[in-house]
Write a protein that binds this ligand. Structure first.
Ligand code: NAD
Ligand code: MG
Length: 387
């Protein structure tokens, strides 16, 4: 049976891995939507290969270029934020949400509201609007299939017991490229060092988040929304080899873990094929050659981001949205060489300390908090740059 797939963020790391899997079993899939932020040439190339009904470029200034690039193909070209939302509502069997940042929130919400199952990589959307997203899924009957490797692992482990039988969720973390670095040395790290993750090849933003461990904090919030066992039952464990992707301990003290090579195509395949399995070209796990698995407690003195995230989700309301938006601005400032590495988490903390956002009642409220937090973070970044 052919399944329809709408892919948001087709040109990114998760998007490309998704299309790799579709290529492996082209007969099984019909791609209906492809989107990208600004890379018209790459989007048009993918569209010519996968023949979606529509290709959407988020940057409205590039509409003409996309239309010209797709001329004669019969593929509809569209541009802008509203076109992304409209494309997310089109009939499909699965939406892959692989846009980075809260730019992915509106289309992901639209897909859930339309009742589409969503394979969710776009963790920032869930961090910002977790209550609204899970409520939209409940209301429409849509399923959220976690793609983030840890959450996909937990989702798989939960096949072994009920959520009310969970004693503890153990979210594993590689510790990132600076796991063993002294705090003083972090002031000098470069964007190139920060994006060079020891185990995973990923987009720039999530790579920096892994280096600050903000990624694990965002994932804690993500886990809290996807698997409501109570915050105090979700623990972080550093596991440098990234072989165990997370674990679930049940009330009987039996612990289930999901293991695999650090290749995102494995959790992506699990979400694509769910509730079945699909073959992948990924390297099978070779534990004898890996030899050993190590574990250590996270060091929140050197990596304070996880504690900030835990406090933000414990407080709830719009705090996580505020934190996430400030982090997006700070990461972009670090990547463009404007601020030092430790200033990323400092900026997030300053934004949180400066203002307590009102509890959001709607998606519009989340967008307002997101915008205010970005503006506040930008001011702190500019102060650092001009200091
Ligand atoms: P990436 O930067 O490689 O790709 C991002 C995609 O989003 C691109 O297609 C880009 O064109 C699009 N995009 C960027 N800004 C946009 C905007 N303003 N509007 C519309 N589209 C925009 O990112 P990635 O590493 O593939 O990550 C995607 C998401 O998946 C992130 O939320 C990330 O946290 C999550 N994730 C990624 C990995 C990984 O291995 N890469 C693992 C787990 C979770
Ligand atoms: Mg992850």
């Amino acid at each position: 049976m052919v399944r329809r797939l709408s892919l948001f963020g087709a040109t990114g790391s998760v998007g490309r891995s998704t299309l790799d899997l579709v290529r492996c079993d082209g007969e099984a899939w019909r791609v209906t939507v492809l989107t990208a932020n600004s890379d018209v040439a790459e989007l048009a190339k993918l569209a010519r290969e996968f023949r979606p009904g529509i290709a959407v470029i988020a940057d409205p200034a590039r509409y003409g270029a996309l239309r010209d690039a797709l001329a004669g193909t019969g593929i509809e070209a569209a541009a802008g934020a509203e076109a992304l939302v409209e494309a997310a509502q089109r009939p499909t069997d699965l939406v892959m949400a692989a846009i980075v940042g809260t730019a992915g929130l509106a289309p992901t919400m639209a897909a859930l509201a339309a009742g589409h199952d969503v394979a969710l990589a776009n963790k920032e959307a869930l961090v910002s609007a977790g209550e609204l997203m899970t409520a939209a899924a409940r209301a429409s009957g849509a399923t959220i299939l976690p793609v983030d490797s840890e959450h996909n692992a937990i989702f798989q482990c939960l096949a072994g017991g009920r959520i009310d039988e969970v004693r503890r969720i153990v979210l594993t973390a590689s510790g990132g490229p600076f796991r063993t670095m002294a705090a003083e040395a972090m002031a000098a790290v470069t964007p190139a060092q920060a994006v060079a993750h020891p185990n995973w090849s990923m987009g720039a933003k999530i790579s920096v988040d892994s280096a600050t461990m903000m990624n694990k904090g965002l994932e804690l919030i993500e886990a809290h929304h996807l698997f409501p066992v109570g915050l105090d039952r979700i623990e972080i464990l550093v596991h440098p080899q990234s072989v165990i992707h997370s674990m679930v301990e049940f009330v009987d003290c039996s612990t289930l873990a999901q293991l695999g090579s650090p290749d995102m195509r494995i959790p992506i395949a699990s979400a694509l094929a769910w509730p079945q399995r699909m073959a992948t070209p990924c390297a099978p796990l070779d534990l004898a050659s890996i030899g050993r698995l190590d574990f250590e407690a996270p060091d929140e003195a050197r990596f304070p981001a996880t504690a900030l995230c835990r406090a933000a989700i414990a407080e709830g309301g719009a705090r996580p949205a505020q934190l996430n938006a400030a982090n997006e601005v700070a990461v972009a400032a670090f990547l463009s060489g404007r601020i030092a590495f430790p200033a990323i988490v400092d900026t997030v903390r300053r934004v949180i300390d400066a203002e307590a956002p009102a509890v959001p009642a709607s998606l519009q409220d989340i967008f307002s908090v997101d915008a205010a937090s970005r503006a506040a973070a930008q001011i702190f970044v500019d102060q650092l740059v001009h200091a």
